[in-house]
Design a protein around this ligand. Sequence first.
Ligand SMILES: CC(C)(COP(=O)(O)OP(=O)(O)OC[C@H]1O[C@@H](n2cnc3c(N)ncnc32)[C@H](O)[C@@H]1OP(=O)(O)O)[C@@H](O)C(=O)NCCC(=O)NCCS
Length: 139
Amino acid sequence: MEKIHIEQIRPDLTWRIRHEAMYPDEPYDAIKLENDSNGIHFALFAGDQLYSVISLFSEGSVYQFRKFATLPVAQGKGYGSLLLRHVIEYVGNMGATKLWCNARTSVSPFYVKFGFSETEERFHKLGLEFVIMQLELNN
Ligand SMILES: CC(C)(COP(=O)(O)OP(=O)(O)OC[C@H]1O[C@@H](n2cnc3c(N)ncnc32)[C@H](O)[C@@H]1OP(=O)(O)O)[C@@H](O)C(=O)NCCC(=O)NCCS
């Protein structure tokens, strides 16, 4: 078994995984965020291979995660769960009161398992349906 570890990475190291996992049919630049340089980016590695990424943005004690992605060849192996657990613990330690995301509705049941709940807010973008989901934290 390859050793798994999670660490913070430079913003640009998330781009290839985002593109391949989330929007492979869109231009490469579509997955870049204007404020990527203000984010905190985490990656999961197995051995020296980067498989899964997630990006965090904060406004005071409210945190949003964006562009959560695992390379298609590595999906369903539990990497995303490990990474999301890590982020929930990280924001908890940072004193966050809330963690939220724009979730693909297809992924909503996955987030519910981590304690997130759906809000009333839904929207469509690039042919996908999204729902805003949030996790209240005890800080
Ligand atoms: C959502 C995503 C980040 C989860 O990462 P992951 O590494 O696959 O996560 P895990 O393996 O920990 O768990 C994913 C869950 O979905 C299931 N799953 C996801 N993709 C799967 C696949 N290709 N094959 C089998 N199961 C899959 C897993 O069984 C698991 O469900 P469970 O917890 O009930 O067992 C990843 O599937 C992904 O990159 N999807 C495309 C981009 C996307 O939708 N991002 C989120 C936008 S809100």
